[in-house]
Design a protein around this ligand. Structure first.
Ligand code: NAI
Length: 252
């Protein structure tokens, strides 16, 4: 019943988890979901330390030290949910992601594996485990973060582009199964967004990335976060298995 929803706080009473929430896009996702009324569990690697506590405090949420690639990552989340939230979660955002760029000639298997593990395998395994555990259940939303690099490719990013293309395949393949249990899974595919990740790119490549956006400048973290807030809200009840590009009117 949509009339029963307070559209100023469409996530009132909901519990959300955001991985990679210590900084960048993840920190803004936490802010926007909290503004919409959710209690946000902010997860990031233990080394994120004070940055993670700062996000959690800002959004009046909870900090959870969690490496998404740890074998017991899903179990840790499930335990946290059991202890504090009755064992369930309404919104799960797989935002944690890394780059390990190298030109093709210098790309090595360590870089491949690390990037695939964080960006693709961890979201898949955590989603699957939390569905099996009943933590994700009817009404829950799963939201993945792909990239324009997973649609158009990007020089020096065979590992990253492949992982983000994999996320698109994962979302599309998982959607029908989750729909059977009244859950949805969708993804955003951001273009160049101004964060620490893109600040680390060499100058010429960085400028080229900015110019891929028709606005000829990088996007902001809030552009991505608001699209995710839509996927989390009751407004997107019927939206499942979709990939939304967030990159201005991308030139690609
Ligand atoms: P960032 O590097 O600023 O932040 C990423 C966060 O993820 C960090 O706090 C980091 O500690 C955390 N993280 C990394 N590995 C982790 C692990 N194993 N377990 C838990 N947390 C981990 O990156 P940014 O720019 O905020 O990116 C966020 C997401 O958006 C990533 O998935 C990225 O691939 C994606 N993206 C970013 C774009 C951009 O232009 N910045 C464009 C397209 C996609």
């Amino acid at each position: 019943d949509l009339t029963a929803i307070d559209w100023n706080r469409p996530l009132d009473g909901k519990v959300a988890i955001v991985t990679g929430a210590a900084r960048g896009i993840g920190a803004t996702i936490a802010e926007v979901l909290a503004r919409d009324g959710a209690h946000v569990i902010c997860a990031d690697v233990p080394q994120a330390g004070e940055a993670l506590s700062a996000t959690a405090n800002l959004v009046h949420g909870t900090a959870l030290a969690l490496d998404v690639t740890a074998p017991d990552a899903a179990e840790k989340i499930a335990t946290h949910l059991n202890e504090r939230h009755g064992g369930t979660v309404d919104v799960l955002v797989h935002n944690a992601g890394i780059t390990r760029d190298k030109t093709l000639a210098n790309m090595d298997s360590a870089r491949w594996n690390t990037v695939l593990n964080v960006n693709l395998l961890a979201p898949q395994q955590i989603t699957e485990s939390l569905v099996a555990a009943g933590a994700l259940r009817a009404g829950s939303r799963v939201i993945d973060v792909s990239s324009i690099a997973g649609i158009a490719g990007n020089r020096g990013q065979t590992n990253y582009g492949t992982s983000k293309a994999g996320v698109i395949g994962l979302v599309q393949a998982t959607a029908p199964a989750l729909a059977e249990q009244e859950m949805t899974i969708n993804a955003v595919a951001p273009g160049f967004i101004e964060t620490a990740m893109t600040a680390a790119i060499p100058f010429a490549t960085r400028e080229a990335g900015r110019r891929m956006n028709s606005l000829l400048q990088g996007g902001q973290t809030v552009d991505v976060a608001e699209t995710i807030a839509y996927f989390a809200s009751p407004a997107s009840n019927a939206v499942n298995g979709n990939i939304v590009r967030v990159c201005g009117q991308s030139l690609i």
